[in-house]
Design a binder for this molecule. Structure first.
Ligand code: COA
Length: 409
């Protein structure tokens, strides 16, 4: 069966995480992604945080499945010719170099348009136009400047970054949305366009409930927050729910670091929760009966529920609460998730063989298209497809040997 993006070629000048996340999703949807890497070194992540000597790191392998790799020296005259030939045959170019890097090599938006007016040129930068436009950025910088870190953590504690890579991978996902829209518009306009996503913008977009709360602060303290004091900015609210339904993380048995469950008290959940906790008298008690009445003493409500959860495992709590339609979620460790066979059975976690590292676990696609099945393939070795790609561009054996001799590939 064909795939959604079959026939779409992506010239992938991405590195580290944000660009590779975007191109991996495009590859999963069927695009032919040609990853251009620096000769001899490749994407810097190939060699970072290695767990198997001599093998590409898991950082690299897990972000570059289903792609082909070609080595090209962007700074050599003949290397630039290869990039130009690839740009002429591509539908999309993706890059997330530091500001000005591609311009310095002559690959401006104008140049790409000359080479191929149908080309979509998609870039990730740390910041949009403005005072920081020339600054480099990494994940945690984007989290700090996009509003995530100041609003994450405990009231008394330092700002915290989240484990979810919202600055890198979150930006990559935003970029894919822009690329797909540009491909769709090109169907009608016949023209490519620029797609730009700033990491700090993507993080702020994911923090929109906190911007909502900044504006609500004008009307006074935020009643659903567990915080004691409110200043001029949205405070760190621990594990309070960002929505209108109060929620909290509660301890479970046997008391290990991840033996917790997150419970939400929707209005209809109050009665079944109190029945489970043996506190039926509170169902109709005017101090607790309505969401408004409960709001001022939510922590007391949650500690009553916690006296019940503490003697059960997080999975027992999940089962019991779902039986009475109370939304909850056990806090799953990465080990819990890694060992969850149901994720492998439905193909979201995939075991893959790699020639250098042996078997490893890859996260497949979270986007499921009924007409576009995904077969997850291992990441390419450095330059694994250099010769076949050059041959498809018309380079013969002698010309390829010459490029190699001159350090252009
Ligand atoms: C991530 C980031 C901070 C890394 O910074 P860095 O390691 O200094 O890398 P840069 O992108 O600035 O520069 C890469 C250099 O390698 C060179 N390079 C990269 N690929 C090359 C190739 N195939 N051949 C020759 N040179 C190459 C570039 O030309 C550039 O050289 P220059 O500085 O002399 O112009 C930076 O790329 C950045 O801010 N990117 C945008 C935001 C982003 O995506 N950040 C998150 C990444 S997950």
């Amino acid at each position: 069966m064909s795939q959604a993006l079959e026939g779409v070629r992506v010239l992938d000048l991405g590195h580290v995480q944000a660009g590779p996340t975007a191109t991996q999703l495009l590859a999963y949807m069927g695009a032919d992604v040609i990853k251009v890497e620096m000769p001899g070194r490749g994407d810097i992540t190939r060699g970072q945080l290695r767990d198997v000597e001599g093998a590409d790191s898991l950082y690299f392998t897990m972000l570059n499945s289903n792609k082909r790799s070609i080595t090209v020296n962007l700074k050599s005259v003949k290397g630039k010719k290869v990039i130009e030939a690839l740009a002429r045959q591509s539908d999309v170019v993706v890059e997330n170099f530091g500001p000005g890097v591609l311009d310095r090599q002559g690959f401006t938006w104008e140049r790409f348009q000359e080479l191929n007016p149908r080309l979509i040129y998609a870039s990730v930068k740390g910041f949009g136009p403005g005072p920081y436009a020339e600054c480099k950025a990494y994940e945690n910088i984007a989290q700090c400047m996009g509003g995530a870190a100041s609003t994450t953590g405990l009231e008394e504690g330092s700002p915290l970054v989240t484990g979810a890579q919202i600055g890198d991978s979150g930006t990559g996902v935003h970029l894919v949305a822009g690329i797909l829209a540009a491909l769709f518009q090109r169907e009608r306009s016949g023209r490519g366009q620029r797609v730009e996503v700033a990491m700090t913008d993507a993080v702020l977009n994911l923090c929109r409930v906190k911007m909502r709360d900044q504006q609500r602060l004008k009307a006074g303290p935020l009643p659903e927050y567990p915080n004691r004091a409110f200043g001029e900015a949205v405070p760190r609210a621990g594990n309070a729910s960002g929505g209108g339904q109060p929620g909290s993380a509660l301890r479970c048995a046997p008391g290990g670091p991840d033996d917790w469950v997150y419970v939400i008290i929707q209005p209809p959940s109050w009665a079944p929760l109190m029945r489970l906790c043996g506190r039926e008298e509170l169902i109709k008690d005017p101090l607790y009966a309505t969401p408004e009445a409960r709001l001022p003493h939510m922590s007391e409500c949650f500690s009553m529920v916690e006296t019940w959860t503490r003697s059960r495992s997080k999975f027992e709590v999940m089962k019991a609460l779902n039986e009475v339609d109370v939304p909850c979620g056990p806090i799953l460790s990465m080990k819990d998730i890694y060992e969850d066979r149901s994720l492998y059975e439905r193909g979201y976690l995939v075991e893959i063989d790699h020639p250098e590292r042996g078997r490893y676990v890859q996260i497949g696609t979270p986007i499921n298209l009924s007409l576009s099945p995904v077969v997850v393939k291992r990441s390419p070795l450095l330059g694994e497809h250099t010769e076949e790609i050059l041959a498809s561009l018309g380079y013969d054996k002698e010309a390829i040997a010459e490029l190699r001799k001159e350090g252009a590939i």
